[in-house]
Design a protein around this ligand. Sequence first.
Ligand SMILES: [Zn+2]
Length: 361
Amino acid sequence: MRKRTIALCIILVGILLVPSLSTASLLRAQKNDLAFETVREQHLRDIQNHFPIIVPQGLYHTYDEMTILLQGLAINHSDIMSVVSIGKTFEGRDLWMVKLSDNVNQEEDEPDILFMGAHHGDEKPSYEVLIFFIQFMVDNYYNGTESVREAINNTELFIMPMVNPDGVEAGTRKNCAPNHGPFGLQKKITSIGVDLNRNYGYRWFLFFLCPWRYYKATSVMDRTNVYRGEYPFSENETQAIKSFMETHPIIISLSYHTSGELVLYPWGYTKNPPKDEEVFVSIGENISRLDNYTLSQSIYLYPTLGDDCDWAYGEYGIFSYTIELGTVQATSDPQDLLEMCTSHVNVNLYVCQRAQLLQKK
Ligand SMILES: [Zn+2]
């Protein structure tokens, strides 16, 4: 009799435990989403009330207009914003890196986040969303917008709107450095420009081992639009980013491109999922809830080899995403552009919150 009572008790405790365990795991899941919910609620409100004024001559800033704007903002907000050149292009333009943080001239023990635009010079919305973001942040820091203050006070945001300013000015995908044949063996100039987003050095030699697999991903032919360069990091721009990454412990990076309305995570070179797929999907799903884009592992868009995302994750374990903005390469509709800018302020702020949770782990 007593044995039966004990057995009954065990079953009863078991039944009670099952729902409480699942409640605990549910709570954990909700905690992960807390950053997203907070950002979404605050920012839908903030953004509806505030549109920073961008006054470039055309719809998009030129490199010179951007330079003047960034330097002006950094002077006016020198306590939270700095802008430095991390290198020069072939044509002599500075590669501007903006930093937003409190105590901006110190390296603090706060998570570092990197935002990049315009690896491809003809994808203009990819830098415009970042110029808008910078302006939004400095405009809203002092008036007490909570999530802006929270991001600037607790993270270090590094923002490089134009990775490829020569390409932006020329209106080309590639940069403007001269090529001397596929491997640089010819004396004469044979073509212009390298696809910077095929010039990062991760698994570079796979191309030579399995050329049939990567013939669409990149090319050794210097005239093509996906020319990878003579060797890894052969270009000033990718070299500058490499040096920057080596000295800054970035946790999350977002690289903006156009187009396709996609949020992409590594890998681009293989169909194997990344080791941290669960985290990539968890962050990526929240990003795609904010911009309504489709989340996918990069290779399912098309294979790439030598892009910044695979390299940043493969080399440094950075949670790196590529965001393909909009449905066309460079929209001519101001409303369309504004929409991209505002929804990605949300995305960027969400990523700042999430980086803090990742650092605490
Ligand atoms: Zn692109």
